[in-house]
Design a protein around this ligand. Structure first.
Ligand code: ADP
Length: 198
């Protein structure tokens, strides 16, 4: 079955603005926002909490099985919002947005959220070292990965407009929709068994 709308990942370090962007994109495009954190918690797709950081240890296999059962792969039109990305099979995905944020701004956002100690430090390091951008570039074809700034409120509107334009282009390029296995170099299976913390 060909999906008639693209699936988009919105990723980045916690606090960069994934939820803010994903909600606005879902509203403006009429797409479904999938907050992976929420699903992991609601459906219990985890193996308890990491003692040191207090974060959930995600059961990726259960999560992927769950997503496979949704109409994500068949119909498209989903926004996947998570701070990890390379576990989603490339055959599902049409665009990977990596949001980036100035480190002083991110520090303020994370401390406002109550992050401190190791958890704060690890997330700050992750942004500075562009861990998510590298993960996206390693996991997906270069041409579907875009890096967008999320420092200021105006950035959100600009980014959403840009993605709306991209979606229009995708529809023009895929008038009959897109089959699951059309993409090159699906990197399915990579990272299997890895533990991701939320
Ligand atoms: P994430 O989902 O990546 O953890 P959120 O969307 O929850 O991030 O945003 C974290 C905080 O930063 C929220 O208070 C949000 O309002 C704010 N924020 C996000 N993006 C921006 C932006 N581009 N400009 C200003 N504030 C932002």
């Amino acid at each position: 079955m060909a999906r008639t709308n693209p699936n988009i990942i919105v990723t980045g370090t916690p606090g960069v603005g994934k939820t803010t962007h994903a909600e606005q994109l879902a509203r403006s495009l009429g797409f479904k926002h999938i907050s992976v954190n929420q699903i992991v918690k609601d459906e219990g797709f985890h193996e308890g909490k990491d003692e040191e950081t207090g974060s959930w240890i995600v059961d990726e296999e259960k999560l992927l099985d769950y997503l496979e059962e949704t109409d994500l792969s068949a119909l498209g039109g989903h926004i996947l919002d998570w701070h990890a990305c390379d576990l989603f099979p490339e055959r599902w995905i049409d665009l990977v947005i990596v949001l980036r944020c100035d480190s002083t701004t991110l520090y303020d956002r994370l401390t406002a959220r109550g992050y401190k100690g190791k958890k704060l430090e690890e997330n700050m390091d992750s942004e500075i070292m562009q861990v998510l951008l590298d993960e996206a570039r390693e996991g997906y074809r270069e041409e579907i990965v875009v890096e967008l700034r999320s420092d200021k409120v105006e950035d959100v509107d600009g980014n959403v407009e840009r993605v709306e334009g991209w979606v229009e282009g995708w529809r023009r390029d895929n008038p009959k929709g897109r089959e699951e296995d059309e993409g090159e170099g699906a990197k399915e299976g990579e990272g299997e068994g890895a533990k991701t913390l939320v």
